[in-house]
Design a protein around this ligand. Structure first.
Ligand code: ZN
Length: 355
């Protein structure tokens, strides 16, 4: 932006300025009012949904001469048919789970959907606590990683049982090692792989489409009986080496602004993708693993690119050890409530809504 288009200064139109201010005041007022009514509407709708099982049980709709429950709900509250059936389905599934019900009363039935299929009377308190502090998306991600984590533990149990598939309980108690969550189908799958390869870690087939000249070079590099793992690991190591050479110095500063050189480095390292495990989401947040509030440093090794949901899990204290490489991060069932970082994060969390 070097070129100036005009050098003449326009005269200030005072009346137009006043008009503009009035307009923005009106916009703000309308917006605030609408938002508040909207919020109330949602709250009342939530209350209506929660009443559905009782209305159905007592057949209130029939006694009041309506054709069906859906019609009753639609005419009296504007609820759609889908909302009625979905509401009933969810509420039936969580019947008797008082902890889950309490969260639903506060946040609506939508929040329970990501974990509905794994809720039991035994684990409902554990999941209710997670629902209370997470958004729907974060909860969905946590469930995914939680299942992966518990599956990994089950594989270890299998290993110690000299690789024989045992029938394991599908019951789950958080924090308990003896009882593992283990879908049976998965067990057979893993056991098959173990038997066929003689190793615990299964190998995966990875398909990529490449240009013929690239394939030619790769095949040549890999040699006649070369192991592709070795070649690929060599490439990966070279990449780490190259990044290491380009790594900018860490910067101690009061300013929260991350120096551009460090930003560029983190983007190159992460390729703009969340750096946790196999997460393929676009990064949205620069995360200081030491917390900038605790130590005013921008250290390229301690700034990682995260998607919103993984950043939420970190701040909820649900990552076991933040200082190891994020691709090796593990989630935990409960945060360490005496951890200093956890306490700082709690304070910050107070000013945020679950997301
Ligand atoms: Zn992520």
């Amino acid at each position: 932006m070097t070129q100036k288009i005009s050098s003449s200064v326009p005269s200030v139109d005072v009346s137009r300025k006043v008009d503009a201010r009035k307009t923005s005041e009106t916009v703000q007022k309308l917006h605030t009012q609408f938002r508040s009514y909207g919020r109330n509407t949602r709250e009342w709708m939530r209350k209506c949904v929660l009443m559905l099982p009782a209305i159905e049980r007592e057949r209130v709709w029939e006694k009041k001469d309506f054709g069906s429950l859906a019609e009753y709900a639609a005419r009296l509250s504007g609820m759609s048919k889908e909302m009625v059936y979905e509401g009933l389905r969810v509420l039936r599934a969580v019947e008797g789970m008082s902890d889950i019900m309490r969260v639903i009363e506060e946040r609506g039935i939508g929040i329970v959907r990501p974990i509905l299929t794994l809720l039991t009377m035994e684990n409902q308190a554990f999941w209710a606590e997670k629902m209370r502090v997470m958004s729907k998306q974060t909860l969905a991600l946590y469930r995914q990683e939680w299942e992966r984590e518990h599956e990994a533990r089950s594989v270890m149990i299998l290993d110690s049982a000299s690789l024989h598939v045992r029938t394991l309980d599908i019951n789950f108690r958080p924090g308990s090692e003896e009882i593992a969550y283990f879908p049976q189908g998965k067990a057979m799958e893993i056991s098959d792989t173990i038997e066929s390869s003689g190793e615990l870690l299964p190998e995966k087939i990875f398909k990529i489409t490449l240009r013929p000249e690239v394939i030619q070079q790769l095949e040549k590099l890999n040699g006649k009986d070369g192991d592709w793992n070795n070649l690929m690991e060599e490439f990966l190591a070279l990449r780490v080496q190259k990044l290491e050479q380009e790594k900018p110095e860490e910067k101690v500063t009061e300013s929260r602004h991350i120096p551009t050189s460090i930003q560029r480095f983190v983007i190159a390292r992460s390729r703009g993708v969340c750096e946790v495990g196999t997460c393929a989401k676009k990064y949205e947040i620069w995360h200081h693993t030491q917390r900038f509030a605790a130590e005013q440093t921008h250290d390229p090794d301690r700034i990682i690119a995260l998607c919103t949901q993984h950043e939420r899990l970190v701040h909820l204290g649900l990552i076991e050890d933040e200082y190891i490489k994020p691709r090796e991060w593990k989630i935990v069932d409960e945060p360490d409530k005496n951890d200093k970082k956890y306490l700082v994060d709690r304070l910050v969390q107070k000013y945020r809504s679950p997301r």
